[in-house]
Write a protein that binds this ligand. Structure first.
Ligand SMILES: NC(=O)c1ccc[n+]([C@@H]2O[C@H](COP(=O)([O-])OP(=O)(O)OC[C@H]3O[C@@H](n4cnc5c(N)ncnc54)[C@H](O)[C@@H]3O)[C@@H](O)[C@H]2O)c1
Length: 336
């Protein structure tokens, strides 16, 4: 099996490649990545010399490149995306180009060369849940609330349309919030861990009552592998971590795991486009493909903290870069 992984230098894509080499050591992987601010060759340092790995620098919007690469593999798994909600509110253009046009390019190539396509998507396409609502499931109507989730919803619809119109062998997975090693320090947990390591507080926008369902990235990668191998033609599979916590509760767990006190948690003004609650019912993938999350949240968080403590040379250069500092100032004002 030869797989084209797109966006494999990002957080989840790099874990997926690592999972392939651990679980299916005879598979070959071609990683196509445009190395945006979120793509980092350091995420794949440990696999760069693997004999069955090849890195190609380029964009999924590049029609000719995508056609050629897709023609050379058996299957495509798409992680390439612009992924940060706040960035999509500031400038939506990269989101439209990659998340919509880029995905259509991959679909066109898979249709032309009759290749298997798995599209990695998010629970954010379903919008937001009230505290008493049932969890999102495969039948929940789409209701995206910000430019990021709107472009991911568009890409899911493009995949569904190609399955229906062209009979493309496609599947989609929608997953909730991932955490774990290599999480770029623009997401809540990685900013918080690295801030606490530097003796700085955790900042929470608004009242901290937004609820997230945390899944360890390793569990997500194993779920994608299960869908790629056993997923039914045209089906969508939902993955969650069975770990619903408010942001404030998550922060309190984190400070405890790091041996600190709640006085390291600071509440600041809210920001636009934040959904209230995400949570996923993963009964279908559990029943049909035998997948379920395996890592308890507190245990996974302790492992994540240990990784950030051991790998300061991975995150410190990112946090000290001028681009990152500019972005941080836009998000958090004068706080450090
Ligand atoms: N992070 C989460 O919690 C989460 C949850 C559910 C679903 N997802 C989905 O999983 C996928 C991966 O998310 P992530 O957190 O690893 O993202 P990420 O931002 O860490 O990585 C995205 C990768 O895509 C690459 N990329 C961006 N534009 C590209 C282009 N035009 N061509 C080729 N490569 C390009 C980047 O360089 C980067 O390596 C996304 O589609 C996202 O919507 C993420």
């Amino acid at each position: 099996m030869k797989v084209l992984v797109t966006g494999g230098c990002g957080f989840i894509g790099s874990h997926f490649i690592r999972t392939i080499f651990a679980e299916r050591p005879d598979w070959e992987v071609v990683n196509l990545d445009a190395l945006t601010y979120a793509g980092n060759l350091a995420n794949t340092l440990d696999i760069q010399t693997h004999p069955r790995y090849r890195f190609v620098y380029g964009s999924i919007t590049n029609k000719d490149l995508v056609m050629k690469l897709v023609s050379e593999v058996d299957a495509v798994v798409n992680f390439a995306a612009e992924t940060h909600v706040d960035r999509s509110i500031q400038d939506n253009e990269p989101f439209i180009l990659t998340n919509v046009l880029g995905v259509q390019r991959l679909i066109d190539a898979c249709v032309k060369h009759d290749k298997r396509f798995h599209h990695v998507s998010t629970d954010e396409v379903f919008g937001s849940l009230a505290p008493e609502d049932p969890k999102f499931h495969e039948g929940t109507p789409y209701d995206p609330k910000n430019p990021y989730s709107a472009t991911k919803a568009a890409s899911d619809y493009l995949v569904k349309a190609a399955i229906h119109t062209h009979g493309m062998y496609g599947t989609i997975s929608n997953c909730t919030n991932n955490y774990g090693p290599y999480l770029y320090p623009e997401k809540f947990l990685s900013i918080s861990i690295t801030n606490l390591m530097d003796g700085k507080p955790i900042y929470i926008h608004g009242d901290g009552r937004q609820i997230r369902d945390w899944i360890h990235v390793r569990d997500h990668a194993l779920g994608i592998l299960a869908v790629l191998e056993k997923g039914k033609h045209g089906h969508t599979y939902m993955m969650g971590g069975d770990s619903e916590f408010s942001i404030a509760e998550t922060a309190r767990t984190l400070v405890r795991v790091m041996g600190l006190n709640d006085n390291m948690i600071v509440f600041i003004s809210d920001r636009p486009g934040q959904d209230r609650r995400y949570a996923i019912d993963f009964t279908k993938i559990q029943n049909d493909l035998g997948w379920a999350p395996s890592l308890d949240f507190e245990q996974g968080l302790s492992q994540m903290v240990a990784w950030y403590r051991k790998n300061e040379d991975w995150w410190r250069p990112i946090k000290e870069s001028s681009g990152y500092r500019r972005w941080f100032k836009q998000q958090f004002g004068s706080v450090e």
